[in-house]
Design a protein around this ligand. Sequence first.
Ligand code: ARG
Length: 668
Amino acid sequence: MDIDLSRPNLEADNALEQISLLRQKLSELQANITCGLQPTTSDNDLNKLITHNIKLKHRLAILNRAISKYSIKQPLSVDPTRMQSITDILTELFSMAITSACPDITDPPVVIALSANPKFKDYQCNSALPLANIYKQLGKKVAPKDIAQKIVDNLPDHEIIAGLEIAGPGFINIGLSKDFALKNLSCIFEHGVKPPIIPKKLKVLVDFSSPNIAKEMHVGHLRSTIIGDSISRLLEFLGHDVLRINHVGDWGTQFGMLIAHLQDRFPDYQTKSPPIGDLQAFYKESKQRFDEDEEFKKRAYASVVKLQSFDPEHKKAWELICDVSRKEFQKIYDCLDIKLIERGESFYQKRMELIVKELEEKGFLEHDEGRKVMWGDQSIPLTIVKTDGGFTYDTSDMAAIKQRLCEENAEWVIYITDAGQATHFQVLFGCAKKAGILDPAIHRVDHVGFGVVLGEDKKKFKTRSGETVRLLDLLEEGLKRALDKLKEKERDKVLTPEELKKAQESVAYGCIKYADLSHNRNHEYIFSFDKMLEDKGNTAVYLLYALTRIRSIARTANFTPEKIRELSKTHQITLEHEKEWKLAKVLLRFPDVLLKITKDLFLHPLCEYVYEIATTFTEFYDNCYCIEKDTSGDIVKVNVGRILLTEAAAVIMAQCFDILGLKPVEKM
Ligand code: ARG
């Protein structure tokens, strides 16, 4: 394609297009120079190439400068009602500067980081070193320091930057401006804590919790429930359209034996509700018969077939059994305040038949010792049809992913299960891609795995007698321990019975959720009430207390949220004291933290962040008077600017709690 290099069009779109064409040409040329050097390349050709290249670079530099000037005139997209991501702004600014400073490098690295040490100001741009390396590969020796200086020279003015310095071998230290900080923080008084702007609102389907009917919901499902709920809350807060799906195991072969056993034990189950409240015992009984009695086993198999062809009698028995489980699961969801739509494996029966047909017709199924399997891009295949013609977990997931992406039109599907299932999901995604169901250009799919839960003895989490721990018992124990803790702190003496109950539930369920979320989900995690109920360190108890204490400061000064809002119109947060400024800078990171955890779906950095707010707040509060009282305890002076900072910390913390599923209490 020919580009008119003499008259670059400075309309932004056009310029961008031209730049991208020029870049393409440039890389082709660069490739020519480095790779195209054959022994036969004549000096003349080479010289021509080089001259041409230099000319192109020159044009590119002109265009790059033009475009960065043009962009500066256009303010960066700003919404004054919400906090902006500092990293995004800096990345945009430095990207412009780097493009102008190094016009000859395609896709230059723009590295923005938080400064690890206050000596190095607040943020850093660490691009100069990798850029110098790129130049070196291109055969050009440039000192990183010089590149850094060039970047600084080309940096457009922006209110966010209060100062710049080049340090060490070529780091650019960036000081954050207090004016910007004030603007960015103060919007929350009028507009509340809003999420950062995201590029596109997506339809997201989160598959989590997903226990198996008639079996015990175990700690693995508890982890999936807690992590899945928090991820859903995060994505909902960001404005995505989230569908929370409970993919319960309600269609497996276990139903054959359960139904057959139900028919034997309670022949009148159609008319009289059978007493199978203890489904575990019922399950064990039928399993024993299944293992010992050949005749029974045959009937069990026949029952599955009947159920899967929707025989009304079998369906009724199945519904009865599912209902018992469902009620048990619901108790746990109610305690933990988890909202889910149940759409179990049974939902996909018809769709499984269809997907098998489709895969068969398209020639994706291979015969393998009587089974029909499908290979994706992994070393094991999916089993789509068993030797007896039945479907498997793989079949239901294949049908489900098609339903989700093609019927539900989800653009992002997230599966939350133990890490042991990672391969299953990789195989599934590979097969879905191969079958044309999953298109990486429009769909994002994630398997969010997590490590196993261990007991305090570092062995698999079990009761003393070696049984799986019943989740309801666990929650019950949590409540008891939380109450003990509150009594130990003599909260029962100052709180009303209702307040105490609220605090107890908030602590009990909060500590279980937080202990899970604050650990890197990839690691195994030790379930210990003693640890999670500690009131020091990064625990729910410490944080719940911290927020209550922060909130009580404004209350002591008789500042209601309405009054704070009014005052925020005439007063500003004060940022003079070093500790005020330190706290403000932590609070300003809120949008960045959320954007980061949305990328990789690890929630522990959010926990670390709330903890950092709490500890930085303590530093601030220890050093800066918010309210001054005289010796008789009467308030003599209120520092409004500091109360505003306190309020900002409280609302941001509360928003983080909300994403983590913690329920703050007013009094504790
Ligand atoms: N029921 C499964 C289990 O207990 C988890 C299901 C996860 N979701 C899915 N689509 N496979 O392990």
